[in-house]
Design a protein around this ligand. Structure first.
Ligand SMILES: [Zn+2]
Length: 83
């Protein structure tokens, strides 16, 4: 099991939002379910049961997949006021 500490995870999420690899806007639609082994788009680790995978549609044509801790870090990041 990958262990990524919270500070490092927040930093990865922040960088990916900055680089456009993760969207800066909130979900239009959100689903959560038991992991299917798909790689999280933030930490790049597969989300395996019993961990929860979040599937978040942010635009009509864009859906991202995040593990639970990365989803939490992403929500915090995009809630920050833009500089
Ligand atoms: Zn993750």
């Amino acid at each position: 099991m990958a262990t990524v500490n919270a500070t490092a995870r927040a930093e990865v999420v922040r960088r990916k939002v900055h680089d456009g690899m993760l969207p800066p806007e909130r979900c239009l639609k959100l689903w959560a379910g038991v992991g299917t082994g798909r790689a999280c788009e933030a930490c790049e680790q597969p989300t395996l049961p019993p961990d929860i995978e979040y599937e978040c549609q942010v635009q009509e044509a864009r859906t991202i997949y995040l593990c639970r801790p990365c989803f939490a870090a992403w929500e915090i990041e995009i809630a920050q006021p833009r500089a």
